[in-house]
Structure formats: C-alpha cells, structure tokens
Design a protein around this ligand. Structure first.
Ligand SMILES: NC(=O)c1ccc[n+]([C@@H]2O[C@H](COP(=O)([O-])OP(=O)(O)OC[C@H]3O[C@@H](n4cnc5c(N)ncnc54)[C@H](OP(=O)(O)O)[C@@H]3O)[C@@H](O)[C@H]2O)c1
Length: 329
C-alpha cells in the first residue's frame, strides 16, 4: 500500500520505519525537510510539500505536536487537503483535544474522504516494533479501512466511539502516566535517607502498588538515571508532558471541572522547564525531583536513617527475603 507520513518527528519517523519494515511503499513529508532525510536512506520517498504527499499516496498518517500543527499541515495553501482527496483515508495520531479531531474529520468528510482518529499509547520503541496501543475514534466504515494498517502498528486497538473519543482516551491515559513520574520522584526523595541500593529499590516498586506499567517497562533506565547515568536520547520529554497536561486542563475546564493533580504537576514541570530541564526524558524526572528536593543522587552521601538501623542476622536463621542492603555478612 502507498502510505504517506506527515510529520517525521520521533514518533512519525518510528512509524514510518515500521511500515517500511512491513513492506509498504512509504513517502514522508516534514515541515523541516532535512529531518526527513534519514528516512530516505532507509527506503522512504520524500515529498517536498504536504499537498504532494497526499497526491502520491492512498492513506496518509499524521502525527504532529499539537492542534496548531494539525491546522497548518492540513489546511494551509499547500497542505494535505489542498489537493483532490476524494476517497482517501487519513489517520490522525497526534495528542490533542477532541474538538481538534472532530473539526478536522468534518472538513475531511466534506471533501469526500474519510478520517480515523488514532492517538497512540507507547513511545518510540513500541512504535518501531508495532506494539503501540491505538485509541480509536471513528465510524465503523472508516475504521474497517484503517484496521489492517493499525494492526501492523499496534498490539491493541481500542475503538472507543466516534471521532473525539480517541483523543479523550489518550488524554485520560496520559494523565496518571505523567503524574506518576513526578510522584515516583517524590517517593524516591522520601526513601533517600535509607541509603538503599537504587536498582533494587526501583525493582521493589515494580512489585508493589506504588509501581506502574511504565516503571516495569523502564525500570533499568530509571535506575540508571537515578544513579546519574546517561540513558540515551529522550523519547517522551518533559516539554511534551507539559503540552499534554495543558491540553488535559483546557479540556477539563471547557467541560466545567478542574484536575488538581495535573495542575500541580504542570506547575512543577513549568518550573523545571524554566530551569532548563524541558528536554529530559520521563525516566530522568525522578532523578530531577530528588535533586530539586535538595538531596544528592550520590548514595555514599546519604545519611542513614536512625529509624531504620541495619538488620542484625539471627544466628542459625535462613534469610526469608532479599534485602536492598544485600545479604547480611
Ligand atoms: N514521543 C512520544 O513518546 C509520544 C507518544 C505518544 C504520542 N505522542 C504524540 O505524538 C505527537 C508527536 O510527538 P513526537 O514525540 O514525535 O514529537 P516531535 O518529535 O517533537 O515531532 C513533532 C512533529 O510535529 C511537527 N510540527 C510541529 N509543529 C508544526 C507546525 N506548526 N507545522 C508543521 N509541522 C509541525 C514537527 O515538524 P518539525 O520537525 O518541522 O518541527 C515534527 O514533525 C504529539 O502530539 C505527541 O504528544 C508522542
């Protein structure tokens, strides 16, 4: 199938690569054309305008920063919708408010094409492996057309209702995910005086109700970040989380209620961004929160808590649990 990708940022590039690997003919377009270059070397064709992308393909996937980007990429004079689109399928995957998706779908349908809204859960690695979670808003006919492609990109596709439902679900899923990174950092700050082994501590959390799926998946990177190590390029960074939090708050306020947890994390992350940390990946947020709390990441400098003295081994007794301090010698 001839597929177009509009937006070759982190996610768009990973999705393009996945579809190339699945044997599709992939053409990409990006506002900053130079960023599409690496995909050419991996087998993609590059369109020079969004209009050309539509003209050269049957189905176009877009995954862009925000509603302003969607507006520009679809509706500008050389945008995706500036050429004949009758009969084409658009799959819109950005994380935005439901109204942005509904408005776009209405425009696309007026021009005789179909749209499926499918924001995704999962980051660059799952996108490369076809293991995203697709949160779909669409009518049944449009979804039937998109289904084979979505199956190649996602390990699970959830049809939540008409266009707008996918965006609502995506904002809902990202709320506890983002709040978790701040909360886990605060939990790490609380445990700091114990001077426990970091990797063991993170691993323990993955087995308690204080852990989450994202911690299970990224425990090793979180532990490395907490010991001050590099973990490679950011995939879902603090600035992207701020954008998502702002979007959630706007959506809730438009519906007449507040999101106090999201609001307070946004305020904390705005401070982090102002201090130059907007580009850090989620796995580094706990380490940032520990340092922000005035604590050191260096275990050797952590004072031992008087409330938690070393456990004296009982003579003759077999240890019945692993210890974050290591086995008694
Ligand atoms: N990163 C993740 O883990 C993740 C996971 C799930 C969903 N998402 C969502 O997926 C979307 C893309 O995320 P990403 O991480 O791939 O972001 P990214 O790497 O920053 O890429 C953003 C893309 O949007 C384009 N763009 C931004 N503003 C534009 C405008 N005004 N006009 C035209 N193009 C514009 C950028 O083009 P330029 O290169 O020219 O700037 C780039 O192609 C976001 O909605 C994000 O919330 C991200």
């Amino acid at each position: 199938m001839k597929i177009g990708i509009a937006g070759t940022g982190r996610m768009g590039s990973a999705i393009a690569q996945r579809l190339i690997d699945c044997g599709h003919s992939v053409t990409v377009w990006n506002r900053t054309l130079g960023k599409a270059g690496p995909l050419r070397a991996r087998g993609a064709q590059v369109a020079t305008t969004a209009a050309e992308l539509t003209a050269r393909t049957e189905t176009v996937i877009s995954i862009l920063t925000d509603a302003a980007a969607i507006d520009s990429v679809y509706r500008s004079p050389s945008g995706l919708l500036s050429v004949e689109v009758k009969g084409r399928l658009f799959i819109e995957m950005s994380t935005v408010r439901p109204e942005a998706e509904r408005s776009l779908a209405a425009t696309i349908e007026t021009q005789g094409a179909q749209m499926v809204e499918c924001p995704v859960g999962g980051t660059v690695g799952p996108a490369r492996e076809g293991k995203l979670v697709g949160l779909v808003g669409a009518d049944d006919g449009a979804l039937r057309r998109a289904w084979p492609l979505l199956q190649q990109l996602c390990r699970r596709v959830e049809h939540s209702g008409a266009v707008g439902a996918g965006a609502t679900m995506k904002l809902a899923v990202n709320l506890p995910l983002i709040v978790f990174w701040e909360a886990f950092g605060e939990a790490m700050a609380l445990t700091r005086p114990l001077g426990l082994d970091i990797a063991g501590l993170v691993d323990l959390f993955t087995e308690t109700s204080g852990g989450t799926n994202v911690l299970k998946n990224r425990a090793a990177s979180v532990a490395r970040a907490l010991t001050g190590e590099d973990t490679g390029p950011a995939t879902f960074d603090l600035d992207s989380m701020r954008k998502d939090l702002r979007t959630m708050l706007e959506e809730a306020r438009s519906r007449g209620f507040e999101l106090p947890a999201a609001a307070s994390v946004l305020a904390a992350f705005d401070d982090a961004a102002a201090a130059g940390h907007g580009g850090i990946d989620g796995v580094h947020i706990p380490a940032y929160v520990v340092k922000r709390s005035g604590l050191s990441l260096d275990l050797s400098s952590a004072p031992r808590s008087p409330a938690c003295p070393p456990v004296a081994p009982r003579l003759g007794a077999e240890p019945d649990r692993t210890s974050l301090r290591g086995e008694p010698s």
